[in-house]
Design a protein around this ligand. Structure first.
Ligand code: MN
Length: 423
């Protein structure tokens, strides 16, 4: 049987070369349909969703617990572990292949199991157990450091020795398309003597990837590189909405608190780690060499192209404001997970790890408005005289990402959010 990542595979479902969802991808999501289907697990293929619960009820999977696909989250399926993730993906690939008749020639089953993407509602794909956000792009950390502390102290002394992070909130992780209400908080501009309470005036986005942890770890036990890798189910695109003015006043000495917890948006399809295998590469050289527990023996970064579009006020469609790549990240997702558990912290099925803002070395590769507008001093100029330093009410942000194969792309779809007034 060919490997599901084989570039020569074709599905009987037509897939355009620019589609995010060829047979080499097969990302998991949770969907409901206009016809009243309850939320359940599906896989994206071209412009369709493959209903795994329909297939399971027709006994098309050799699974002990096929009802995992009737769940409104991926957590029960993820809990089955990497061997089952892999064998299920291989089975789905087989069922969708152009040269495999089982589903292709079963008209009745096809009619039940394939739903046009246009007819479904996509939900938050998993129950987020815990949300941790890292700060692992050297370019981003340096840009922010230069703005706030000057060139000579841009990186804090610990930054090159470990992946810096903070524990965020799982309760406000939302699916793409969910509107984001402008947060309120304590604000104290440098010129003010005392703080005031009111709507955030410097609302920002952060372009990140999110790691979906699919296996638990034991409290008190460390993880090896290989163990951490095998716990990673897949990846989503993540927008870590940020209130810069609230953050600037509150972050000393314990780090971000209210500035980051009002909303975090994720894309609806979880692209499996296995589907990203062909796009692995080594990250930047780490100098000084990390401590032994953080050292890597294999390439743990990915060649993944990322784009940010912004629709400001009166614009009809989003315009591109950033184009970068996940490969620039200094600390890999595997290193983040190893470090997270190193103190003895238990990880859970459904934990979400934000990579940290992804900025590249070039000016047009910055992953936040804080950097793009250089702390509000260089406004972004759109057509028709519209300018922005930070997000205004009614503005929309959309992020896309994909790995480019030869004649196909393994894509993530998009994560979108529109800003509502504080009210
Ligand atoms: Mn962040």
């Amino acid at each position: 049987m060919p490997h599901p990542n084989d570039p020569s595979l074709r599905s009987f479902i037509p897939v355009a070369p620019t589609s995010d969802f060829p047979i080499q991808n097969l990302p998991y999501g949770v969907f409901s349909s206009k016809d009243g289907l309850a939320p359940r697990v599906g896989v994206a293929i071209g412009d369709c969703v493959l209903d795994l619960w329909e297939l399971a009820q027709d006994c098309r999977f050799d699974l002990v617990e096929p009802a995992v696909f009737a769940a409104a989250s991926l957590n029960p399926f993820m809990a089955l572990g990497p061997k089952v993730w892999s064998s299920t993906r291989a089975r789905i690939s087989e069922l969708l292949r152009a040269d495999y008749p089982e589903l292709r020639d079963n008209e009745k089953l096809r009619a039940r199991a394939l739903v046009p993407m246009a007819d479904v509602k996509l939900h938050l794909p998993f129950v987020v157990s815990g949300y941790t956000d890292f700060y692992s792009s050297k370019e981003h950390a340096t840009n922010v450091g230069v703005m706030f502390r000057g060139k000579d102290n841009a990186l804090q002394p610990n930054w090159l020795h470990m992946p810096i992070g903070y524990n965020g909130r799982a309760s406000t992780v939302v699916a793409s398309g969910t509107p984001v209400r402008r947060p309120r908080g304590q604000l104290k501009p440098p010129t003010a003597e005392v703080p005031s309470f009111g709507p955030c005036k410097r609302l920002d986005f952060e372009l990140e990837m999110g790691v979906v942890v699919g296996q638990p770890s034991t409290m008190g036990e460390m993880l090896t590189e290989k163990q951490a890798e095998e716990m990673i189910f897949g990846f989503v695109i993540l927008n870590d909405w940020s209130a810069r003015d609230i953050q600037q006043w509150e972050y000393v000495p314990l780090g971000p608190f209210q500035a980051k917890v009002f909303a975090t948006s994720i894309s609806p399809w979880v692209v499996m780690r296995e589907a990203l295998e062909p796009f692995r590469l080594h990250g930047p050289v780490q100098e000084p060499k990390p401590l032994p527990y953080l050292q890597q023996t294999q390439p743990n970064n990915y060649d993944m192209q990322l784009e940010v579009g912004m629709r400001a006020g009166p614009m009809n469609a989003p315009a591109n404001i950033s184009r970068t790549n996940f490969k620039y990240m200094y600390w890999s997702s595997v290193q983040q997970l190893v470090h997270h558990a190193a103190c003895g912290c238990a990880m859970n099925v459904g934990d979400l790890l934000g990579s940290g803002t992804i900025s590249g070395p070039e000016k047009d590769q910055r992953g936040s408005l804080l950097e793009i507008s250089w702390n509000g001093t260089e406004p972004v100029e759109f057509a028709a005289g519209v300018t922005r330093t930070f997000l205004e009410d009614g503005d929309s942000l959309v992020m896309r990402g994909w790995c480019q194969g030869n004649g196909y792309r393994v894509g993530f779809g998009e994560v979108e959010g529109t800003i509502l007034a504080a009210g």
